[in-house]
Design a binder for this molecule. Structure first.
Ligand code: NAD
Length: 481
């Protein structure tokens, strides 16, 4: 059975409720990273189609924002229910184009659907304030309004969740949206678009434009109609979009790269730390922006931690995500494999001790790799690996751990394992990061504010703060009362 048989929806683009199919041979091919086979072709659209999508989103805005919040919420809840109903098909589409093990893909569909439910609930809570005025003849009212037409640009590593955590708060707030999905993984986004239609999202409210990233990006950024962009992806592209937003003064949410430290103190519960390390490092084959990029382990437990991690890594199963029991799928492309290889070679050249793996397996598969005694100036410590490579750096004191952890331009997620409550609070406070996992590696949830600082970006997704990104405050001063 090919992925095409499993895809119950269209391969195309969605503009103003019209599905556009690719002209055969002229679109962008979508490949299964497990075997390189072409599984679909989606239209390769550009500036002209993006302008049409912006016009459609603008035309739909008035009607959508005027709908009572409860109606918008009901539509999002129907969309949520449809995602659950089609969880298996969506997971197979996701694994087909992205490669992660099916169990993880099923989990991502649930996680992604959670944003629809959460923001459906938040839609009903968009309220205002009455502020005591300076004079008795005055009243001050503050209310919240949708930002307007918005845009989203998403990456390939979470093809479902990155879409819903942008579109759900946008639609809940009364905004409309144009989405440009990652070229590697447009099918999951398009399947979500088909379900949105089925749920009753009106024409033009959610548009999906796959194709030429630079052309679509520029058309979105140049348009004064588009009032906000939410982007998840690499820091270089984020910086470029930030500059492109200046002429029209667009609001921005930027979820960019990370360089997460995972600090294990000698008083840590080592069982919990090893469990957290496996989840935080090897989920999605290490291709997660909050993935552990470097382990900082205190002297006294360093060797024991390395041994325990080696035993667990030996149990990982590399293979196509659709094979039962597989825990590590392929990397997304050749560039990703080369990057992991470079980081391994660099760490070993600088004196790191290769404990497990260290080589390409076959195709785009890479052996889960462990390197101990990595020097703090290795490439792993500077640059996001985005692959199944765990590099362990030794440290001696709490101050040194904090200094090493903060010695990076990034500030997305950090993890700390300790049983000393004072140390837990001190270190969590000292870490220059948007998110800290304290004796916990599973930090992504729709109920908490996800996001980073420094070169990891700005803005938060999820929680009540996530919807604020799509709302403007308006204040009305009433006089003469
Ligand atoms: P990328 O920046 O190359 O691509 C992300 C998206 O931007 C894609 O849709 C791509 O087509 C688009 N894009 C590329 N060039 C563009 C341009 N000139 N104009 C407009 N859009 C453009 O990143 P990637 O390699 O696909 O994703 C991996 C990166 O994303 C990693 O660095 C990772 O840390 C980061 N990421 C961050 C988060 C987070 O929440 N902070 C989540 C997932 C991934």
């Amino acid at each position: 059975m090919t992925l095409k048989d499993l895809h119950p929806w269209r391969e195309g683009a969605l503009i103003d409720s019209t599905w556009i199919a690719a002209s055969p041979g002229q679109g962008t091919p979508v490949h299964d990273p497990a075997d390189g086979a072409q599984i679909a072709e989606v239209p390769s659209l550009g500036a002209e189609e993006t302008k049409r999508a912006i016009a459609a989103a603008q035309a739909a805005l008035g009607g959508w924002r005027a709908r009572p919040a409860g109606e918008r919420a009901d539509i999002l809840m129907r969309w949520y229910a449809l995602m659950l109903e089609h969880q298996e098909a969506l997971a197979r589409i996701l694994t087909g184009e992205q490669g992660k093990p099916l169990a993880e893909a099923r989990g991502e569909i649930l996680y992604a659907a959670g944003f629809l439910r959460w923001f459906a609930e938040e839609a009903r809570r968009i309220d205002g304030e009455i502020i005591p005025a300076p004079r008795s003849t005055q009243r001050i009212l503050v209310w919240q309004e949708p930002v307007g037409v918005t845009a989203a640009i998403t990456p390939w590593n979470f093809p479902a969740a990155m879409v819903t955590r942008k579109v759900a708060p946008a639609l809940a707030a009364g905004c409309t949206m144009i989405l440009k999905p990652a070229p590697e993984t447009p099918l999951t986004a398009l399947a979500l678009g088909a379900l949105a239609e089925e749920a009753g999202v009106p024409a033009g409210v959610f548009n999906i434009v796959p194709g030429d990233a630079a052309a679509i990006g520029s058309a979105l950024m140049d348009s004064p109609v588009v009032r906000k962009l939410s982007f998840t992806g690499s820091t270089p592209v984020g910086r470029m979009l930030y500059a492109q937003a200046a002429p029209t003064l667009k609001r921005l949410s930027l979820e960019l790269g990370g360089n997460a430290p995972f600090i294990v103190f000698d008083d840590a519960d080592l069982d919990a730390a090893v469990d957290g390390a496996m989840l935080g490092k090897f989920r999605n084959a290490g291709q997660t922006c909050v993935c552990v990029n470097r382990f900082l382990v205190q002297d006294a437990v360093h060797d024991q931690f390395v041994d325990r991690l080696r035993e667990r890594i030996a149990k990982l199963v590399v293979g196509p995500g659709t094979d039962p029991g597989v825990t590590i799928g392929p990397l997304i492309n050749e560039r990703a494999v080369v990057k992991v290889d470079d980081h391994v070679a660099d760490a070993v050249r600088r004196g790191g001790r290769l404990v497990a793996g260290g080589k390409r397996d076959h195709g785009l598969f890479y052996q889960p790799t462990l390197i101990a005694d990595v020097p703090a100036d290795a490439q792993i410590a500077r640059d996001e690996t985005f692959g199944p490579l765990a590099g362990i750096i030794r440290f001696h004191t709490e101050e040194e751990a904090i200094r090493l952890a903060n010695d990076t331009e990034f500030g997305l997620a950090a993890y700390v394992y300790t049983r000393d409550i004072g140390r837990a609070m001190r270190v969590s406070g000292a870490l220059e990061y948007g998110m800290v996992g304290l004796n916990e590696a599973a930090i992504s949830t729709e109920v908490a504010p996800f996001g980073g600082i420094k070169a990891s970006g700005m803005g938060r997704e999820g929680s009540r703060h996530g919807i604020a990104e799509y709302l403007e405050l308006k204040y009305v001063m009433m006089g003469g009362l």
